[in-house]
Design a binder for this molecule. Structure first.
Ligand SMILES: *[C@@H]1O[C@H](CO)[C@@H](O)[C@H](O)[C@H]1NC(C)=O
Ligand SMILES: *[C@@H]1O[C@H](CO)[C@@H](O)[C@H](O)[C@H]1NC(C)=O
Ligand SMILES: *[C@@H]1O[C@H](CO)[C@@H](O)[C@H](O)[C@H]1NC(C)=O
Ligand SMILES: *[C@@H]1O[C@H](CO)[C@@H](O)[C@H](O)[C@H]1NC(C)=O
Ligand SMILES: *[C@@H]1O[C@H](CO)[C@@H](O)[C@H](O)[C@H]1NC(C)=O
Length: 266
């Protein structure tokens, strides 16, 4: 199955499409952001096993970036809700990344790539610590995890703090609104998206994918179905996240507490 996946990605590469943001996503980018999880290429809509994506990926670009500071933002575009529309969730925001001046060979499922990695040489704490994908057994079973790279070189302190403040509220994270507020809407320099899919079947959904959480059977099944695998990593991410982020504050923790049950498994 890994073979067929990489074959599909190879076909995509041959057609010239390596990595970019999904159709309809704004702000869009057609410049490849290379995203790699321990030698697995997470590019251009590839479907990855959840376990592979549990810890944050390495990201880079095939051409050398000339800026001095970048932020990577990862958003789940397919959070199920009780209505027919879906919501978004911020999975990761890391600011203060600097591009390597020399390329690194990445040996991945889509071949070998010379990539200029984005490095955390300044040891900047993430504005939103990485939460690994864990789509629940609800419609939609497959989620698009979209990454954008934002050039934050020489931006004002206010722009950076606007980003960091926005990162305190993960649920409903709207990249376009956030970047416009920070004055960074035109600064998206690369993008990518990959999917992680719950094997299903979707549990007891009602319209847009509502799982009745008041009953032990349906709500419980939905939670344990994915929870048996995702809970440990999700909750440890939660604990480390909340503990290690000193800046973000009660807003972030409250958002986690308020929506925790909903999104920690997503
Ligand atoms: C969905 O509806 C249930 C039951 O009314 C409620 O408990 C739950 O919080 C709702 N979930 C969301 C994400 O609104
Ligand atoms: C790259 O990965 C392939 C498949 O895992 C392996 O056969 C090959 O030896 C690797 N090459 C290098 C240079 O690590
Ligand atoms: C950057 O450094 C901080 C502090 O050491 C760490 O928490 C974070 O995970 C690092 N981020 C990346 C992308 O390596
Ligand atoms: C990725 O997820 C989206 C949203 O659910 C879905 O429309 C798309 O078909 C998925 N892609 C794959 C390759 O499964
Ligand atoms: C959830 O299930 C319980 C028990 O079967 C039922 O009483 C309740 O009405 C259901 N709630 C919704 C919103 O469907």
């Amino acid at each position: 199955m890994v073979l067929s996946r990489s074959a599909a990605v190879l076909v995509a590469a041959v057609t010239g499409c390596l990595a970019k943001t999904p159709a309809g996503f704004e702000p869009a980018s057609n410049t490849d952001l290379i995203v790699e999880f321990s030698s697995i290429a997470a590019l251009n809509g590839a479907v990855l096993p959840k376990e592979v994506t549990a810890t944050q990926p390495r990201v880079g670009t095939t051409t050398r970036l000339t800026g001095t500071s970048y932020a990577v933002i990862m958003i789940d575009l397919d959070i199920p809700t009780n209505t027919s529309s879906t919501n978004t969730l911020l999975h990761w925001m890391q600011t203060g990344l600097t591009p390597a001046t020399s390329p690194t060979m990445l040996n991945t499922t889509r071949g070998q790539n010379m990539v200029f990695l984005l490095q955390n040489t300044t040891q900047t704490s993430p504005a939103a610590p990485y939460i690994g994908p864990g789509p629940p057994a609800r419609t939609p079973l497959s989620h698009r995890y979209t990454q954008i790279l934002v050039d934050t070189s020489a931006v004002t302190k206010q722009a950076t703090s606007a980003l960091e403040t926005a990162a305190e509220t993960r649920l409903g994270f709207d990249a376009m609104t956030v970047l416009m507020q920070a004055g960074l809407a035109a600064k998206v320099v690369a993008g990518n998206s990959f999917n992680v899919t719950n094997p299903g079947p979707a549990q007891n959904t009602n319209g847009g994918g509502f799982t009745n959480s008041t009953t032990g059977s349906s709500g419980g099944k939905g939670a344990t179905g994915t929870g048996s695998v995702s809970s440990p990593s999700a909750s440890s991410t939660f604990v480390t996240g909340a503990g290690s982020v000193t800046g973000p504050s009660s807003g972030f923790v409250l958002a986690l507490l308020g929506a925790g049950a909903v999104f920690l498994g997503l």
